[in-house]
Ligand binder design. Sequence first.
Ligand code: ZN
Length: 200
Amino acid sequence: MRAMSIAPIVQAGTPVLRQRAAELDPARIRTSEIQSLIETMIATMRAAPGVGLAAPQVGVGLRIFVLEDRAELLANLSATEIAERGRVAFGARVFINPTLTLIGDERVGFFEGCLSVNGYAGWVERAAAVEVTGLDEHGALQMWRVSGWPARILQHEFDHLEGALYVDRMRTRSFATAELAKARYGGKSAAEIRALMEIG
Ligand code: ZN
């Protein structure tokens, strides 16, 4: 059995995070090189811990991302936070060469962070629902139409494939260390957070 490896996560300032990632030739999906990359990405995401990781974050400029939300990550959140965000536990999913479509006009704002902007958080408005289509780790076509936190993760990870980071989209004056954002806004409703942000 192959040892599970964890890759270093590259940080903002690394050029690969600002480049459009390349399509992966579907014929390569079943190669040990790509299968190993996917395993490493999932292991790295879990170890961080995080709810998503794109290949550029481990220094690979290919259009691949993984995402997963786990019950143990939800355990630290209040019932209001879970409900408002639409956080739900789901198993690891892999998307290769994805296309992303925003569904409807509803936009929702929340703080989010990024493993490549380690230790910080910012308020980002995103579409409430999306549809993503792409290949899975076996090369099979899959589609996922979803709202709530998975929709936010998908938009965040898709941005990585385009060379974008959440800081490009955030309300810049909300930018805070993750520690201070948690201390100030943790457990509060979106309305309470917005009111707190208004007064600086
Ligand atoms: Zn990220």
